[in-house]
Design a protein around this ligand. Structure first.
Ligand SMILES: C[S@@+](CC[C@H](N)C(=O)[O-])C[C@H]1O[C@@H](n2cnc3c(N)ncnc32)[C@H](O)[C@@H]1O
Length: 296
């Protein structure tokens, strides 16, 4: 089940993930500038539509005659993205379908396929990569990215993906969160409730690039531009709310609604007893990172 089909999760997508639209616009401009004129670009798993919105605006300003498509299987996400796109004179086509199903009917159709933070949603992520390969034209580009910052990467336990900053309070809270999950798993003899690293964690796109390289893709470009740097702001209260909603895959994997509620209560007590301020705004440096890899 795709968790973003839950309206409550789609509506709270911004929790711990809010990135200024100007950063997405800079990210999207790179996508459009990498496309041939009159090309076709697909944003796979468009979510709340921030990136496809940027692609669409960049296509209008560059006037390259590009066809912009987005696909997502969640009706709730399509609803949110459609409202965002309607606000400007938009030229993007939003499709609601299963990505693998859609791509399998579009052989060698797209010049660029972009995706960000979607592979972890699929039971077999390499099938998505194979389907992208099928739907991409010869010499086409795969573009992918992730946010390099404290929150998402720390939640995914990706220490090497957020080397620049540290937040001891967040670390402390998450440490106890994963400890509680292990206790729960032990008590219920269900090891599915413990944390296990995914093959393609949401916060690290370089792993997907490595997989494309095994399929003969080349010209790997990793962008680390200053223009995609920003300050990530969050509170530990938001972290707790994400745990309660299960709005990150990690916070939902193997858990029931009751488990999530229990974890939330335990952690709230934990913070209250230690006078941890749940409303305090934490600020850490963050950056959107983009990778481009060409079909050989
Ligand atoms: C974590 S969100 C990422 C959204 C966006 N790319 C971003 O970076 O903000 C994952 C998205 O993938 C979509 N998704 C999950 N499974 C899918 C499937 N089988 N087919 C199409 N989209 C899917 C979800 O609905 C969700 O919008």
């Amino acid at each position: 089940m795709n968790i973003y089909e839950h309206k409550e999760i789609a509506d709270n997508y911004g929790l711990l993930r809010e990135i200024p639209q100007s950063i997405f616009d800079a990210y999207a401009l790179k996508i459009v500038d990498s496309s041939p004129s009159h090309g076709a670009i697909l944003d796979a798993g468009f979510g709340v539509g921030t990136i496809i919105d940027g692609i669409s605006k960049a296509q209008i300003s560059r006037n390259k005659g590009i066809d912009v498509y987005g696909i997502d299987s969640s009706a709730s996400m399509k609803d949110i993205a459609s409202k965002r796109l309607v606000r400007i004179a938009n030229n993007a086509t939003l499709i609601q379908d299963d990505l693998i199903n859609y791509l399998s009917n579009k052989p060698e159709y797209f010049d660029i396929i972009h995706f960000k933070a979607i592979l972890h949603c699929f039971p077999n992520p390499t099938q998505v990569i194979d389907a992208i390969d099928t739907a991409l034209k010869p010499n086409g580009l795969v573009i992918t990215g992730h946010e390099e910052s404290q929150t998402e990467a720390r939640i995914e336990r990706l220490y090497r993906a957020c080397p620049r900053v540290d937040d001891r309070e967040l670390e402390y809270l998450l440490g106890y969160y994963f400890e509680l999950r292990s206790k729960l798993a032990y008590k219920e003899s269900d090891m599915g409730k413990t944390f296990s690293m995914r093959q393609f964690p949401a916060g690290d796109s370089s792993i997907a690039c490595d997989y494309f390289a095994t399929k003969g893709y080349t010209s790997y470009i990793s962008s680390l531009d200053n223009e995609m740097e920003f300050t990530r702001k969050y509170s530990l209260g938001e972290v707790l709310m994400s745990i309660r909603l299960g709005s990150f895959g990690v916070f939902r994997d193997g858990l029931t609604d009751r488990d999530m509620e229990w974890l939330y209560m335990e952690l709230t007590n934990f913070c209250n007893k230690r006078n941890i301020d749940l409303q305090k705004i934490h600020e850490v440096p963050a950056r959107l990172r983009q990778y481009q890899i060409r079909k050989g």
